[in-house]
Design a protein around this ligand. Sequence first.
Ligand code: AMP
Length: 409
Amino acid sequence: MNFTEFNLDQRLLEGIEAIGYETPTPIQEMVIPVILKGNDLIGSAQTGTGKTAAFLLPLINKIISEEQDNDIKALIIVPTRELAVQIEQHLEGIAYFARVGSISVYGGGDGLAFSREQMALSQGTEIVICTPGRMISHLNMGNVSISELKYLVLDEADRMLDMGFYDDIMKIISFLPKERQTLLFSATMPTKIRQIARKILINPVEINIALSKPPEKIKQEAYIVYNSQKIPLVSYILSERKLRSVIVFCSTKQGVKDLTRELKRARFSVSEIHSDLEQHERENVLLNFKNRTLNILVATDILSRGIDIEDIDLVINYDVPNDGEDYVHRIGRTARAENDGLAMTLVCEKEQSKFSEIEELLGNEVPKMEVPERFGKTPEYNPKKNKQTDSHRSFGKSGSGNKRNFRRK
Ligand code: AMP
């Protein structure tokens, strides 16, 4: 399928081309026509499936084809400011030529950020992306009118409930007109989400993009450790097993560099691969790894998708991947073709809740392995206790100008 088949505005097609999307992802194929038609929608989809563009494209298309005034047309409620920023950046790319106004408002930041949001909201814009608590503050202070709103999106609804935002969400909805189009996205569909859906959606179309499960022949193991125990444990695992082909995944380039340095110091046959390397350097490293001149490859997620390397003995997740899809892709590097594979994940305290979310998505618990006594005491696995809330998560930029207002001329 091609993006032109959706009959989207030419300016959006130019935006899509500029950001380099060639064909729609499966969720985009299913969701875009439903939203364009005006139906309410309940979508079960994880991050990584292209769901953001799946709702942004039809919404922007509708907004730019409607009457232009200063009223807020669409509200996108998300659990974290990290996600709010991400969606706004996505929107900027897609809507670059369509010139749709947007503002994101989220918790944290300083008083200055709040007054900036306050001013931007009172001036009006077309799309507002918000975290629940912050939006309530603005609504309570009368900074914003959403009585003319036409489109409401709840993104990562299950996570918002986990974070205790149910009352805030229902309060925001109480300010909205009853006649509107509502879209709800959630990675999982627990009963509570179904109850909310029944309250706020009208005859929704239901769309399911199931998460691909890892092949059953991959043996999965998890080690619950403190962060400081990770490097010694990886060294131990690698020296105990004398494997010929191991990939260790880290979530950041710096993580890859630090771990590679330590493993080199311990005289392992190891190299790193990440986006800072030139293409020819990457190819060289991959070639050496494929022909077994090199036994251990430390990599970011650039290696987790699509690259077909046969016969990997072991995949180690040095960091817990950000979502289930990445986990499946990473561990899928092992057990290719006829081979059985082994995948180990090292989980430190602050990653416990993320890991339990992955387990929940996969629908099974990964066995927790005993860490040898020589590593000392290890933390207990208690993801609920170690769960971080919105306000405790640390994000990149805080309080930096979070208003982007591309007004149409
Ligand atoms: P999301 O699930 O919305 O977080 O999107 C995951 C990633 O896929 C983002 O980096 C998007 O920029 C990218 N993406 C979304 N749609 C497409 C597409 N049709 N083609 C290529 N990449 C896409």
